[in-house]
Design a protein. Structure first.
Length: 467
């Protein structure tokens, strides 16, 4: 079945002020892709330069896969063999990435009736996006960007999923360089935007939490007088986030989100949120996820969502891989290893502490935290002290940077401790140490691949906890 046309090559040429080369610019475009492995017939292929490869090397493969056309660098195109230049239709520009972003702006302008919502923050932005999208889908037709398509490449690619039947679009903003959040805001021009929190994620790129706050506050930089912004009720960087911004701002949280009356924390099983005389079960454990839920509920009410849609939407969301995921079994696991920084480490430990775990011992696996720059040693030592104060029976530290945490843990009087630079050795030590009934907390940056340790611990019957 042929996908619906999004626009024509001629439309794209005009949108990006490019030069067309090919047989006909009237061909329909049904999608936009930067990867020939996932490209489908009718896609516009955008040839982007990368750290290890260059999309211009895959132009032939793109056309063989059925690309409607290719957006390419004019200077690189002129150096290509004649057979590739004649393989299909091209839109030639000086900057393919900038052209992709401009094409996304043009595409969004065609959907002026869609209420656009943007979410950013150091922690919790993907979870908050998924909670909000779940609520709004119960309310009216809603589109949400998939996964963590939240960068200067991912966001523009994600907007092409919008269709005319959608009334709401929920998008995530991420950053690892100064100026990226304001750029994303200039593309999306959100009607509603929120900042989950200001922590130390990516602090190596910015140097301080103050600089992170300045960057995250860029989500409000395209606001007009009708725009609505939200920040958490206890945000210490509120003044920096809102300085000089237009629009109307409010707070979210258990004490600020309209309708939230009380919260019952139930440890690893999640929480019960009392909302306007009713109860909703939040399956995501921890106070930090209650804060994410409050953010989603606050935005949903601005969007006119009914109470029943809010309750159903919250209750339908289950933990996704590596994000506050509790797995009950012979050896139980609490996996929180998609991202890592001292704030999210504390949040995970608070969740386990509140669970009152009594079936067995509590064992921690702490993997190196990435992208900390000059604060690498300082923040790992802070994490080690946090681990020492956790009351866990043992900690296993993985990765070169985690040695700082290991040393600080020992200096702070921590109990049994193991460190290894490689996961093979640590895995063997951990498997020898754990016994039935233990709870293992896995915390580390995604690059550590802690799921390999989880897989080793799960050999044998395991039952996933459905809260």
């Amino acid at each position: 079945m042929m996908a619906d046309s999004l626009f024509t090559l001629e439309n794209a040429v005009d949108a990006v002020s490019g030069r067309f080369v090919g047989a006909s610019c009237g061909a329909s475009v049904t999608g936009v892709s930067i990867d020939t492995r996932t490209l489908v017939g009718g896609d516009l292929f955008v040839a982007l330069p990368g750290e290890k490869t260059d999309g211009h090397a895959y132009l032939k493969a793109a056309f063989e896969a059925g690309a409607a056309g290719a957006l390419a660098d004019v200077d690189k195109w002129e150096l290509l063999p004649l057979e590739i230049r004649e393989a299909g239709s091209f839109i030639l520009v000086k900057d393919p990435l900038g052209a992709l972003q401009e094409l996304a702006r043009w595409y969004l302008d065609r959907y002026s009736s869609v209420l656009k919502i943007a979410v950013t923050g150091s922690n919790g932005k993907t979870t908050t996006k998924e909670l909000l999208a779940s609520i709004l889908r119960n309310h009216r037709p809603t589109y949400a960007s998939s996964g963590n398509y939240n960068s200067e490449i991912g966001l523009p690619l994600s907007v092409f999923g919008l269709r005319h039947e959608h009334l709401f679009g929920v998008f995530e903003f991420g950053t690892n360089r100064q100026g990226e959040i304001p750029l994303l805001a200039s593309i999306l021009k959100p009607n509603i935007a929120l900042v989950t929190n200001i922590g130390t994620a990516h602090i190596g790129m910015f140097g301080s939490r103050e600089a992170i706050a300045d960057e995250k506050g860029g989500i409000f930089s395209s606001f007009d007088s009708l725009s609505r912004g939200l920040i958490r009720e206890d945000e210490p960087f509120a003044s920096r986030l809102l300085a000089g911004k237009r629009g109307t701002f409010s707070c979210f949280g258990p004490g600020s989100t309209p309708g939230v009356e009380k919260v019952e924390y139930r440890g690893l099983e999640g929480s019960i949120i009392h909302f306007k005389g009713q109860q909703m079960k939040l399956r995501l454990p921890g106070e930090h996820n209650v804060m994410n839920a409050c953010a989603a509920i606050s935005v949903a009410q601005l969007c006119g969502a009914e109470d029943n849609s809010i309750i159903r939407g919250i209750e339908e969301v289950s933990p996704s891989f590596g994000r506050s995921e509790f797995i009950s079994g012979n050896i139980s696991l609490y996996q929180d290893c998609y991202n890592s920084n001292p704030e999210s480490l504390r949040a995970g430990l608070d969740t386990i502490k509140s669970s009152g775990w009594t079936r067995g011992r509590r064992v921690g696996v702490f993997g190196s935290m990435k992208e900390l720059g000059s604060l690498d040693k300082e923040l790992h030592e802070e994490a080690g002290r946090v681990c020492a104060a956790s009351g866990f029976d043992a900690w296993f530290f993985l990765g070169p940077e985690a040695r700082y945490a290991y040393s600080a843990y020992k200096a702070a009087g921590g109990k049994s401790a193991f460190w290894s630079a490689e996961d093979v050795k640590l895995k063997a030590d951990l498997l020898e140490y754990v016994r039935p009934g233990d709870l293992v907390y896995l915390k580390g940056s995604r690059a550590l691949g802690l799921e390999r340790i989880a897989e080793a611990l799960q050999e044998g019957p395991v039952r996933r906890q459905v809260c």
